[in-house]
Design a protein around this ligand. Structure first.
Ligand code: GLU
Length: 500
């Protein structure tokens, strides 16, 4: 059997992290099994679906590196006729029925739902059948006649009076539900006979020959209804694997309304994440390879992925809305830093280039005569960076003379010691004579100058760091001197004396 899985987002907004993770798990499973990964845009809610949202879903998948669907994208709204035909066939077979209940009787959906709820509870408690719809057992000829005469109707599935629906979920195990808890669900709406969600999903999944349905746990309840539709249509059910929820630190469901941009995939692209790093992070949100490995290449993720490794317990996304440094999950940031620090430089450089271009810091020399210098500098500063934004932020002083000093760094490393006003220009004079200019020669010269003037080398190192880079922390200062070169280094030391 060839594995066929699909990612089936509704294009009604941004691509939520949970959806992106569902896409990734489907993709990993398909790639692992040599199966097919399909994309179906569930755009049946015409009011809420937008092209912009579809575009952002496609872009998001592309960015994650999983935009290589194996077949043409399916748009669910284009299949409405097939969904309708399936429901009408079920009427002919006596598995569904036309419900001619006049509209005014269902006018208030809330009242109706409440009545149904009460009937259901009563049924569950007393074992009373709640399927009292008078049209349920209308003879087919009469139903056909009234339908043909233009009387409006909805189509409902005939759910058996007794028995239980059951299916096996790979993650959550056996799921059982008493039929008495499931209403005769509507397949087609009264009036325009537009298909409802559960019918459309099932008919499309059958049409697309989907073998495994991997999606969020919030669809577990729907699955019972979908299983009934599969059975009515006489088609075997696919394998179901539902994914644990992704929760906020306070255990609320992560939502854009409540938590803002942090739940939207494009935020990570826009805030300087490396796609491979974020993909690696998402893969571990509710799945583990069975040991505590965290950094995994794409090949490793594919080869180790299994539905059995998916967790049942919900994943918690740790961030703190009140702390800008913890705007997203700390592990995501840590992982991104790891990728930035360790990935092949030739893969990182093009990403840094786009970041510098959008910040107006890119210079064509960086791929020409200054290429070696540029790459050495990127290699040096990447060691402490968390996102690509840091290259244009904290890294700005390396690439431009127009940079800002961190006021706390100035207070700590320059203003605290008044002697620096005089020492920094003298250090500049001293370093100006160093020949050749290397990490080692600069270090020797700076330490000799410290001895000569009776100050600690640390004082000179820390103040030089702030003088040259505007920051209090950074790579080894002698490497920093090395990449800045002699003339920029001494100029910044002299200029910084003004700040003391
Ligand atoms: N369109 C549904 C959603 O976005 C997914 C349905 C499914 O995967 O079966 O939640």
């Amino acid at each position: 059997m060839t594995v066929r899985v699909r990612f089936a987002p509704s294009p009604t907004g941004y691509l939520h992290l949970g959806a992106a993770r569902a896409a990734l798990f489907n993709w990993l499973f398909a790639r692992k099994c040599g199966g097919k990964f399909l994309l179906r845009i569930e755009d049946t809610d015409l009011q809420r679906s937008t092209d912009e949202s579809t575009r952002s879903i496609l872009e998001g998948l592309e960015w994650l590196g999983i935009g290589d669907y194996d077949e043409e994208v399916v748009f669910q709204s284009r299949n409405a006729d097939k969904h309708r035909a399936a429901a009408l066939r079920l009427i002919e077979e006596g598995k569904a029925y036309r419900d001619f209940t006049p509209k005014e009787d269902r006018a208030d959906a809330n009242v109706k739902r409440e009545i149904a709820e009460r009937a259901r509870t009563a049924a569950a408690v007393e074992g009373v059948d709640h399927r009292s719809n008078p049209y349920r057992d209308l003879p087919l000829e009469e139903s056909n006649r009234r339908g043909a005469a233009g009387e409006p109707f909805a189509v409902r599935l005939k759910v058996a009076r007794e028995g239980r629906s059951r299916f096996e979920d790979v993650v959550y195990g056996e799921q059982v539900r008493d039929y008495s808890e499931i209403e005769d669900l509507v397949l087609l709406r009264s009036g325009d006979l537009s298909p409802l969600y559960n019918l459309s999903v099932v008919v499309d999944d059958i049409e697309m020959a989907v073998t495994h349905v991997i999606r969020g746990q919030d669809h577990l309840t729907n699955t019972h209804k979908q299983v009934l539709i599969y059975q009515a249509l006489g088609t075997p059910v696919p394998v179901f694997a539902h994914l644990p929820l992704i929760l906020a630190p306070n255990k609320a469901k992560l939502s854009k309304r409540k938590h803002g941009e942090v739940v939207s995939l494009t935020t990570y692209r826009d805030r300087g994440f490396i796609p491979a790093a974020f993909r690696n992070f998402l893969a571990l949100l509710g799945w583990s390879p069975g040991d505590d490995r965290e950094i995994m290449s794409l090949e490793e993720l594919i080869s180790r992925f299994s539905l059995e490794g998916i967790h049942r317990s919900n994943a918690v996304f740790n961030f703190n809305e009140r702390d800008a440094r913890q705007w997203t999950d700390q592990k995501a940031l840590w992982m991104n830093a790891e990728y930035i620090r360790t990935m092949p430089l030739e893969e990182l450089v093009p990403m840094v280039r786009s970041e510098l271009e959008s910040a107006g810091l890119w210079r064509p020399e960086y791929v020409a005569e200054e290429r070696a210098w540029f790459e050495r500098t990127i290699d040096l500063i990447r060691q402490r960076f968390y996102t690509l934004k840091d290259f244009s932020g904290q890294g700005r002083a390396y690439l431009s003379d127009d940079f800002e000093f961190d006021p706390q760094a100035v207070a700590k490393n320059l203003k605290k010691e008044p002697r620096l006003r005089e020492l920094l220009p003298r250090l500049a004079d001293h370093l100006e004579r160093v020949e050749p200019w290397t990490t080692e020669t600069v270090e020797t010269a700076l330490r000799a100058f410290a001895d000569e003037t009776g100050v600690k080398a640390g004082l000179l190192i820390n103040s030089s760091r702030t003088a040259l880079t505007g920051q209090a922390v950074g790579p080894s200062m002698f490497d920093v001197f090395d990449v800045f070169g002699r003339s920029r280094s001494v100029k910044r030391l002299r200029d910084a004396a003004q700040l003391v």
